[in-house]
Write a protein that binds this ligand. Structure first.
Ligand SMILES: Cc1cc2nc3c(=O)[nH]c(=O)nc-3n(C[C@H](O)[C@H](O)[C@H](O)COP(=O)(O)O)c2cc1C
Length: 415
């Protein structure tokens, strides 16, 4: 098991490194839903045309959302040995200028840039992660979003992907629950229930079949944190699901995702196929003896179906209506079997906890709730988009520092 995975990982790291060291510029284009709605697919075409016109040999890569939805379409240009430069509100016309100015003539056009990332500086452009939007953020669940190709298993593997799963197999399923307990993870779906505690109920329940469900219904108006994560880093959610399934003794997982999230569904389907082909999903995963399959159930977009008992009814083909608890799903859930339902972000956190350890996870947050939270900033706020902040951050920091305050210049009244 270890050698197969090590080989897979080494290959992925080598491929990622060569992407950055073969002397060709790398161009990143944000093509998540926010980018697409702002016109990023036309920008992508324009980049291909501009690169061809200039006769340049470049890597062009589609990436997920980095959170600056208000500034889409975002294009990042990375020249070998230089920091990357992110440009905002890029149009097909501006694309041709950027390619010519920076990649051909070495003029970085600071006026159009929003920030640099990676090692080094570029005169006149601030480091992206030191700008007011990013400075208060702690990016963990979203760290890979916007910087890897979500359609590439290799890119995920090259960034510690699936090392949480191998760690889970190394310490054993009982210890996985301890690790999640020590990390202080509480559910990100709203109720904030300690994740380890409901896992424990389910693990201790006697049954021939148990289920894990990933709740990707995300019906709250204005919320798109889960969608962004699924679009930008789908393997992170799959890895968390496999680890959770292993801890619970479940062999089948469902992702309940609304049909209005077609890109998230497309990325998930591809990621599942890739994980199956790589032996990370299916029978006897990485030779561990643990088998786990993931199925997708598309929801019709009813807010109430995000509630766990209604969601279970919907998967069973019944009308999505909540039912009184007890019994709790951990004891009697999908088709009467012990079932755990976790939010997309909770599951992504599980992967991170196993990858980096409980102590690392608990370094930020409050006494009773550890880690970070992804937040969708929408409405009359200047910098609408997605942020990831430590638990316990003030609304003032969220609205005024990250969000830039009210978009219409009027006095702030309510949030
Ligand atoms: C009306 C209603 C809608 C809900 N919608 C969602 C949702 O869209 N996504 C979600 O994860 N949890 C939602 N929940 C909470 C779930 O019932 C459940 O607590 C959660 O998925 C558990 O995952 P967690 O422990 O990882 O947070 C909703 C609850 C209610 C009452």
């Amino acid at each position: 098991m270890a050698s197969d995975f090590t080989h897979l990982r080494e290959q992925a790291i080598a491929a990622w490194d060569s992407l950055h060291s073969d002397g060709r510029p790398l161009i990143l284009v944000g093509t998540a839903t926010c980018g697409r709605s702002a016109g990023s697919l036309a920008v992508l075409d324009a980049i291909r045309a501009a690169v061809e016109k200039e006769g340049l040999a470049c890597h062009i890569m589609e990436v997920g959302c980095i959170g600056l939805c208000y500034a889409e379409p975002i294009v990042c240009l990375i020249k070998p040995g230089r920091p990357g430069i992110a440009y905002s509100s890029v149009t097909p016309k501006l694309t041709a200028r950027l390619v010519n100015a920076y990649l051909v003539k070495d003029n970085p056009l600071p006026r159009n840039a929003i920030g640099t990332f990676g090692d080094g500086q570029v005169e006149g452009i601030p480091p992206l992660f030191e700008t007011p939007v990013f400075a208060p953020q702690v990016r963990r669940a979203l760290a890979r979003c916007g910087f890897i190709n979500p359609a590439s298993l290799e890119h995920y593997l090259a960034h510690d992907g699936y090392t949480g799963l191998t760690q889970a197999f190394a310490i054993g399923s009982e210890q996985v629950i301890e690790e999640v307990k020590n990390a202080g993870l509480r559910g990100r779906g709203g109720a904030g229930f300690p994740t380890w505690r409901k896992w424990r109920f389910c693990r201790d329940a006697e049954a021939d079949q148990k289920y894990l469900i990933c709740n990707a219904d995300e019906g709250d108006p204005g919320a798109f944190m889960n969608r962004s994560l699924l679009e930008g880093d789908p393997h992170a959610v799959l890895e968390g699901m496999i680890i959770a399934g292993y801890a619970l003794g479940a062999s089948i997982g469902y992702i309940y995702c609304r049909a209005e999230y077609p890109l998230a569904l497309e990325r998930l389907r591809l990621a599942i196929r890739q994980a199956e082909e790589a032996g990370l999903l299916g029978d006897d995963i990485l030779g561990s003896g643990f088998s786990f399959r993931i199925k997708i159930k598309e929801g019709a977009g009813a807010f109430v179906c995000g509630e766990e008992t209604a969601l279970i009814a919907s998967i069973e083909g019944k009308r999505g209506m909540p039912t009184p608890r007890p019994p709790f799903p951990a004891v009697s859930g999908l088709w009467g079997k012990p079932t755990i339902i976790n939010n997309v972000e909770s599951l992504a956190c599980v992967g991170l906890i196993l990858q980096n350890g409980a102590d690392w996870f608990a370094q930020v947050g409050t006494e009773k709730s550890k880690g970070t939270k992804t937040i969708a900033l929408v409405g009359k706020v200047k910098n609408s988009g997605l942020a990831e902040v430590p638990m316990g951050i003030s609304l003032r920091e969220l609205v005024f520092d990250i969000g830039g305050g009210a978009s219409n210049g009027k006095a702030f009244k309510a949030v």
